[in-house]
Design a protein around this ligand. Structure first.
Ligand SMILES: CCCCCC/C=C/CC(=O)SCCNC(=O)CCNC(=O)[C@H](O)C(C)(C)COP(=O)(O)OP(=O)(O)OC[C@H]1O[C@@H](n2cnc3c(N)ncnc32)[C@H](O)[C@@H]1OP(=O)(O)O
Length: 719
């Protein structure tokens, strides 16, 4: 857990050995304490260097330990003892120094880092604050404004930036430990008092209150209802206004309130869920660590609409040659100009040169015969997509992987028209594809494990959070959207307004309420899908009772809005009104209020006052209930996958953990009761009927979300 060596006869080299990130587990803390004691007591030792094994200094506290009672030596006294020691201690930072790892570096008397190292205090992203003295030492070292920015955002700094800020004493391109040992030898005998950061005076900040107020407003706007950044600000204020001994107590009090909060639990769950989601597994035993992906050097994108353009950019910026195909010259030229502009802006932002030489634009599918992989991103029309896949079958070499970017159509039906169904897979990007992190990899029943591995690995290479899902209408994300949207529109019928529903969801933490989000996405998309499914349009049997379709409750208000040409932001009118087509500033529209009033009176609906609690329960419990059905149907392998999809694709607030984690935090029994209550009131809304898996979990005593998988195992899987 920590290796102790004597080097150059007088330097104690202490190496943290806890792969993969040398987290400060209780065993590491124990070993560190022993090693430091040995170094400080050994008269041969004149200086100490602390480093981490395998090129990683330290990834911070062991987050897994936060779930149980804290064991082993506490970190704060250990760090205080290092700082107070009479021998110079040098941190040799390679890879990462994060959280508690960064705080460890702060108590060392000198800090030397490799030029590729990254440093930061990401505790805020886990619902915590840096509670091993970080909020008190960092402001003393670099001043309040810079410390506040680092602590409230959790941003990782490059070694160069850390050097400029005065966090590091030296950055090296050589062997960091060797440089640190030489540095330590030179430091022997020099006074240490000015090197003890806790003893420094925090640099005076003019207009401290105004600065803190401005940052408070900023974090409240960015992360509504999130506690940790506000606690961070209070802790940093203590560094500015209190002596270290009092500030450290304040830090600890604030940490205690955060530590056991639901928000910290949710954010830590998200950290691990995101990592679990990449570990796909199929019932036949194929999984992420035993399936080799194909190497992808070249790819083709068919269709240069919004999605296609974003996908081209995502591929080209990671060094993949891309052939982009359109059906008409004008569309090709427009798409080309857009892609070039996007790539140039992206490269400028990242300070690199745009990889335009990787791009080729063509009108002919014949140009695709040698590519490794194709992603079809044409209009969402099954007949058109089938034609494209048939053509690709003829043109591409037999080993080319064929992917579809459909957002919900049957991937297996597309595989069926090709000569290589095992090489067909869905790659469902989210718009804008070069920005959004989520990628649903849709595994058809005939997709081979190599094909799935290739799509998952390509997603990772593009910086996406990739989740393997099964093949059903809408897959995971869009399938769950239906009950969520239905509940929102039913609430309008019953008396709510779009603004009220959106406000309740935004107060819950969503970046955008359901109606603002629909306006952004475009209302015509759903309208077309409803027409195709026979829910609206001329094919609907006029004998259908009003507000019922296919034997279920149906709200036609979204169709009425589309019939008026209100397709959302792009037409300047939707659930809200905007200054102009393409405008983003949503204002309540009196015409929508009138429409709702007339609608209710036409159907004799007495509007009632609807509470925010009812809005949240109906929208989010219906969402989670569909999540249970998805688990039951084997469309997602585990609740973490569903949560990751909602966090990265649908703006679900991270501090709530995702719909499945949220349901478990509310308490499955309570959610079940509420769903039963709402289903009784709406027996013609099947989405409100609790799923059998949900009931089973409650009957088993509502196990924590990480254990649900044990109850799903026996069920059929579509993965
Ligand atoms: C009252 C209490 C007082 C406490 C006082 C001290 C408090 C200290 C607070 C902290 O230090 S909180 C932790 C702060 N650190 C972080 O947030 C860093 C988290 N890790 C990362 O950002 C990344 O993992 C990385 C270090 C940048 C490495 O990224 P990379 O992409 O290379 O690998 P990953 O896939 O992310 O991780 C590999 C593997 O390691 C696990 N892991 C990473 N960090 C930790 C950690 N701090 N604790 C436990 N486990 C960690 C990760 O889950 C992966 O595991 P897997 O099983 O292989 O999926």
């Amino acid at each position: 857990m920590a290796r102790y060596e004597l080097v150059k006869r007088s330097v104690a080299l202490i190496t943290l050995t806890n792969p993969p990130v040398n987290a400060l587990s209780s065993a590491v803390r124990h070993a560190m304490a022993k090693s430091m004691e040995r170094a400080l007591n050994d008269p041969k030792v004149t200086a100490v260097v602390i480093c981490g094994e395998n090129g990683r200094f330290c990834g911070g506290a062991d987050i897994r330990e936060f779930a149980g009672p804290l064991r082993g030596p506490p970190l704060v006294p250990l760090l205080d003892a290092i700082e107070a020691g009479q021998k110079p201690v040098v941190a040799a930072i390679e890879g990462v120094a994060l959280g508690g790892g960064f705080e460890l570096a702060l108590v060392c008397h000198y800090r030397i880092a490799h030029f590729k190292a990254r440093l930061g205090l990401p505790e805020v992203t886990l619902g915590l604050l840096p509670a091993a003295g970080g909020t008190q030492r960092l402001p003393r070292l670099i001043g309040i404004p810079a410390a506040l920015e680092m602590i409230t955002t959790g941003r990782h700094l490059s070694a160069q930036e850390a050097l400029k800020l005065g966090i590091l004493d030296q950055v090296t391109e050589q062997n960091t430990c060797e440089v640190a040992v030489e540095f330590a030898l030179r430091a022997v005998g020099k006074p240490l008092s000015s090197r003890r950061v806790s003893m420094l005076t925090t640099p005076c900040t003019p207009d401290l209150d105004a600065l803190l107020e401005a940052v408070t407003m900023q974090v409240k706007k960015k992360a509504r209802g999130v506690m940790a950044p506000l606690a961070c600000i209070q802790a940093v204020r203590a560094a500015a206004t209190m002596p270290y001994s009092k500030g450290i107590k304040r830090e600890s009090e604030l940490m205690a309130t955060l530590f056991n909060s639901g928000q910290a639990q949710a954010l830590q769950y998200c950290f691990f869920a995101q990592r679990t989601a990449g570990k796909w597994t199929l019932p036949n035993g194929a999984q992420w660590n035993n399936s080799k992906p194909r190497e992808i050097r070249s790819a083709a994108i068919i269709g240069l609409g919004t999605m296609g353009r974003g996908i081209v950019v995502s591929l080209a910026r990671v060094g993949i040659s891309v052939i982009a195909v359109e059906s008409e010259k004008k569309l090709l030229e427009t798409g080309k100009q857009m892609v070039i502009g996007m790539l140039e802006r992206d490269a400028k932002r990242r300070g690199v040169s745009a990889s335009l030489n990787l791009l080729k634009f063509t009108l002919s599918l014949q140009d695709l015969k040698d590519v490794d992989l194709v992603i079809e991103a044409v209009f969402e029309d099954m007949a058109l997509k089938k034609r494209v896949f048939q053509e690709l079958s003829k043109v591409c070499r037999p080993a080319t992987v064929l992917c579809t970017n459909t957002s919900g159509l049957d991937v297996d039906a597309l595989a069926g028209v090709t000569d290589r169904p095992h090489l067909v897979v869905g790659m469902h990007f989210f718009s804008p594809a070069h920005v959004m992190k989520l990628l649903e990899v849709v595994c058809g029943p005939r997709s081979s494990s190599e094909t799935i591995a290739t799509a998952m690995s390509l997603g990772k290479r593009m910086g996406k959070v990739s989740v393997a899902v099964g093949n059903c209408p809408g897959f995971v994300g869009n399938r769950m959207l239906k009950p969520y949207l239905d509940q929102a529109t039913f609430l309008l019928e019953e008396g709510a307004t779009p603004e009220q529903v959106d406000k309740a969801l935004e107060d819950f933490g969503f970046a955008m309420g359901v109606f603002r989000m629909s306006d952004l996405a475009g209302l015509d998309v759903g309208w077309r899908i409803r027409k195709e499914s026979g829910l609206t349009g001329p094919d609907v049997d006029p004998k259908n009772p009003p507000r019922r379709r296919q034997g279920r409750r149906y709200c036609p208000v979204p169709d009425m809005i589309c019939e008026q040409g209100r397709f959302g932001q792009k037409t300047g009118r939707g659930w809200y009104m905007y200054d102009k087509p393409g405008g983003t500033n949503a204002k309540p529209d009196p015409l929508i209020q009138n429409l709702l009033e007339m609608y209710r009176s036409r159907y004799g609906i007495q509007p009632r006052n609807i509470s925010d609690q009812e809005i949240i329960e109906r929208c989010l419990f219906a969402l989670a209930n569909e999540g249970f059905r998805i688990l039951e149907d084997g469309i997602a392998a585990r609740p973490e996958d569903i949560d990751v999809i909602y966090l990265f694709g649908y703006g679900f607030p991270r501090h709530r953990g995702g719909p499945m984690f949220y349901a478990s935090m509310v308490g499955l029994e309570r959610v079940l009761q509420r769903l039963e209550h709402y289903h009784q009131a709406n027996p013609d809304v099947p989405h409100l009927e609790p799923s059998p898996l949900f009931k089973k979990l409650v009957a088993c005593g509502s196990p924590p979300v990480q254990k649900w998988r044990e109850h799903i195992k026996t069920m059929h899987s579509h993965l």
